[in-house]
Design a protein around this ligand. Structure first.
Ligand code: BT5
Length: 237
C-alpha cells in the first residue's frame, strides 16, 4: 500500500534524489516527505522552489508488472485533481504534469525512472504542492498556493493522507487498464485535441491547433505543418 511507510525529513536536497539514492532500503509504496527542499527539481533540472509550508513528497514504486512510468504521472494528476475537487478547489491538469487553478500553477509532478535493461525497475513519483508556503515574488504571476485560494491554512498531514488514499485508489483501479486512465486524464486536461492554442516556440509566440496529445509528446499544427513537441509552454489565460 502506498504510504504504509512514510519517512518525514525536516530538510533534504530533493525527496526524489533521496529515494534515487536509497531505493534499495525501502519497500515499494514508501513515501518520503520533506518540510524544506534545498535542491527541489522540476523537469530538465529546472528549479522547484520548496520552502517551509508546502507539501513536497515522493513515492517509490517498484513495479512487478510491465508499466510505463508515465502511468504514475497520470495517476498522480488524476488523483490530485479529484482530491482538490473534493475539498472545493476547482482545478485542471495542464499537460503533461501540472495542476493549475485558473491561470496559475498549484502543483507539479516529476516522475523519474531507474531502468534495468529495458524494464523500469524503480519509478519515483515526486509531487510538489504549494499549500501554506509563500510564493516567491518572481513566481507570483504564474504560481499559487492552496492557502491563497481558500483563504485559510491547511493541515499538511491531513492533505497528504487524502492525496495518498486517492493515488492508491487510482493506481489500483487502473493498473490493469492504463488506457482507461489515459482517457480520464485527457478529459481533465486544460487543453484538448482540436483546441486552438497560443504557445511559446523557440522564444516566439505562435498560434497553433492541437492535433494529438500523447503521454510524452503533443502534436501541434502551425501554418499547415505538424510539429511534435516534447514540452509545451501554453499561454494560459
Ligand atoms: C514540475 O516541473 O512542475 C515538477 C515539480 C516537482 C516537484 C517535486 S517536490 C517533491 C519532489 N522532489 C523534487 O526535487 N521534485 C519533486 P516543471 O514542469 O519542469 O516546472 C518547473 C517550473 O515551475 C520552474 O521552472 C518554475 O517556473 C515553476 N516553479 C518552480 N517552483 C514552483 C512552485 N513552488 N510553484 C509553482 N511553480 C513553480
Amino acid at each position: 500500500m502506498i504510504g504504509d511507510k512514510i519517512i518525514f525529513l525536516p530538510i533534504i536536497g530533493s525527496t526524489n534524489d533521496f529515494l534515487k539514492e536509497n531505493f534499495d532500503k525501502f519497500p515499494s509504496g514508501t513515501v518520503v516527505v520533506a518540510e524544506v527542499q534545498t535542491k527541489g527539481r522540476g523537469r530538465n533540472n529546472r528549479t522547484w522552489v520548496s520552502p517551509e509550508g508546502g507539501l513536497w513528497f515522493s513515492i517509490l514504486f517498484k513495479p512487478k508488472k510491465k508499466v510505463k512510468p508515465t502511468f504514475f504521472t497520470k495517476a498522480a494528476c488524476v488523483a490530485i485533481n479529484k482530491a482538490l475537487n473534493q475539498i472545493g478547489v476547482e482545478n485542471k491538469i495542464k499537460w503533461p504534469n501540472d495542476i493549475y487553478v485558473k491561470a496559475k500553477k498549484l502543483c507539479g509532478i516529476l516522475t523519474e525512472t531507474i531502468f534495468e535493461g529495458q524494464h523500469p525497475k524503480v519509478i519515483i513519483c515526486g509531487i510538489g504542492i504549494n499549500v501554506n508556503n509563500q510564493i516567491p515574488e518572481e513566481l507570483s504571476d504564474k504560481a499559487v498556493s492552496l492557502s491563497q485560494i481558500t483563504g485559510r491554512p491547511h493541515d499538511l498531514k491531513k492533505l497528504l493522507k487524502l492525496l495518498l488514499t486517492k493515488i492508491n485508489y487510482i493506481v489500483k483501479k487502473y493498473s490493469t487498464k492504463p488506457e482507461a486512465l489515459t482517457r480520464v486524464w485527457k478529459e481533465r486536461l486544460m487543453q484538448k485535441e482540436g483546441d486552438e492554442i497560443r504557445f511559446l516556440l523557440d522564444g516566439k509566440f505562435v498560434n497553433g491547433k492541437i492535433l494529438e496529445i500523447e503521454d510524452e509528446f503533443i502534436v501541434v499544427e502551425v501554418d499547415g505543418k505538424s510539429l511534435k513537441l516534447f514540452s509545451l509552454d501554453v499561454i494560459v489565460t
